[in-house]
Write a protein that binds this ligand. Structure first.
Ligand SMILES: [Zn+2]
Length: 490
């Protein structure tokens, strides 16, 4: 995997390219470190990284829908000339995001949570707004200036940023947060653009309350970036509702679309929540039914699973465990390449078998690349990183499990790493191999009553009724009519 490395000379080049560009939305001049060409180049560079990170959610109907609406909106936006692309990524998280140059992404999680085309169009407009008002470009310019962007958004502590592959351009951008002003401006543009392509933008206001309820449900742990910069969603909802009314008047539109039924029919069958085929965790064990392996995870560690790697961190963030596929045709070659990539040196290495599988187990220290750097580290009281690595040959692949911490912490964590990695083995349990994902199913209500009555007659688990209400953008005591479509999970 490529890692982002911005050297001093590149930074200087960027700064030379800085100029006062006219903002396409406001018409005002502002300092911009990126030209339009650079924005597009950055989008084109980030896109494959984003797609590799999440994977695409393939559904022809949905893909052609977002293309059609995206193109229509781009055409009435402030920057029609950009090479826009619209994609659905295979993530259960409820989110949408944009990168410079015209690249807009929706997760399958957010697609499952919209309840009509108008809500989708509002969010589409909001994301296109970030691009047309050049928020990412501005944000990135700021990050480049301070060179803080490289680690600022790291999900793990900065010491591990170089080991964890989060320090990539595209992904880095995802973690950059826009300010409140930028979010408000994008809300405005979202209302304007969605009204202009014929949708009722007041529906977007309602979707903010869905987001708000979702983040309350998850205990604020998985706050979508959509919400994070808006401590007051009620105020946001009110403002958007008002703007929607204004734009309805301005455009003189008499009939604006909501299109609830057609949207729900389109998403019928969409995967909901984690997809087991990408790997899943049950009782502190990670299972991968497609690659057919399993291993234990230290209890109460957090797990982040992507198509490229599984990352695990303890609550205090002082260590990191990761599983990736190693490169190389032999165990020795894989070990050597990996050590080189991480700029680490083995201090102990041996051949072993792990649950019947051929393996190399080694301990490695981070190499001090330069004396200067070493001195800086010592002055800052920092220590190099020590890692335990397992290279395991299985099913035509070589798996690399790595557990890393500071050298001082390694005594405490080494044993934990070893007892987790030593459990790597073939997955044979059919109940894990055949685990199917949950899917959204769209059903017609059989008789008038409350949403909770409708759920009962569709045999929705009582414990999940609140969750299903949020999915439908309704409350449980709201009245539903006979024949109305609602979403349930099967
Ligand atoms: Zn935003």
């Amino acid at each position: 995997m490529k890692r982002l490395a911005i050297s001093g000379s590149v930074l200087i080049l960027w700064m030379m390219a800085a100029s006062c560009a006219k903002n396409p939305v406001t018409g005002k001049s502002e300092l911009m470190l990126m030209s339009k060409e650079q924005e597009i180049a950055m989008g084109k560079q980030s896109d494959p990284e984003i797609v590799a990170y999440f994977g695409l959610y393939e559904d022809e109907k949905m893909q052609s829908f977002i293309n059609e609406k995206g193109k229509a909106m781009a055409a009435i936006s402030h920057r029609k000339e950009l090479p826009y692309e619209f994609k659905i990524v295979d993530s259960p998280v409820v989110n949408a995001f944009a990168v410079p140059g015209g690249f807009v992404y929706f997760t399958r999680g957010i697609m499952a949570h919209f309840n009509n085309e108008a809500e989708f169009a509002g969010v589409l407009g909001h994301e296109i707004g970030h691009i047309t008002a050049r928020h990412s470009a501005k944000q990135y310019s700021r990050a480049m200036l301070g060179q803080i962007g490289l680690v600022a958004g790291s999900v793990i502590s900065p010491e591990f940023a170089q080991i964890a592959d989060v320090a990539q351009t595209g992904l880095q951008l995802l973690f950059l947060k826009f300010g409140r002003d930028a979010e408000s401006q994008s809300d405005k543009l979202g209302v304007e653009y969605s009204t202009k392509i014929g949708y009722d933008a007041s529906e977007m206001a309602g979707f903010f309350s869905t987001l708000d309820r979702l983040s309350a449900q998850s205990g604020g742990e998985e706050v979508p970036t959509f919400l994070s910069t808006h401590p007051d969603p009620v105020d946001r909802e009110r403002k958007v509702a008002k703007l929607a009314e204004e734009w309805r008047r301005k455009t003189g539109a008499t009939e604006l679309d909501v299109n609830r039924e057609s949207y729900l029919k389109m998403i019928d069958g969409i995967v909901y929540g984690e997809d087991p085929k990408q790997g899943f965790v049950e009782n502190n064990v990670f299972y991968h039914p497609v690659l057919k392996f399993q291993f234990a995870i230290p209890s109460s560690w957090k797990v982040q699973n992507t198509p490229q790697q599984v990352q695990m961190v303890p609550a205090d963030g002082r260590a990191l465990m990761m599983l990736t596929l190693a490169q190389g045709s032999s165990l020795e070659q894989a070990a050597q390449t990996t050590l080189q990539n991480y700029q680490m040196q083995a201090i102990d290495s041996k051949r072993e078998t792990v649950n019947g599988l051929q393996a190399i187990v080694l301990i490695a220290d981070q190499q001090a690349q330069q004396q200067q750097q070493q001195q800086q580290q010592q002055q800052a009281g920092q220590q190099g990183i020590r890692a335990l690595m397992y290279f395991i040959q299985y099913g035509g692949n070589i798996y690399n499990l790595i557990g890393a911490s500071s050298q001082a912490d390694f005594n405490a964590y080494g044993q934990l790493f070893q007892s987790a990695m030593g459990t790597f083995r073939e997955l044979t349990d059919p109940s894990k191999l055949n685990k199917k994902p949950e899917r959204v199913r769209v059903k017609a209500v059989s008789q008038q009553g409350t949403l909770s009555q409708a759920f009962s007659s569709l045999r929705v688990d009582k414990k999940r009724m609140d969750e299903m209400a949020v999915l439908n953008g309704m409350t449980l005591n709201e009245t539903v009519q006979r024949g109305m479509l609602i979403k349930v999970i099967e």
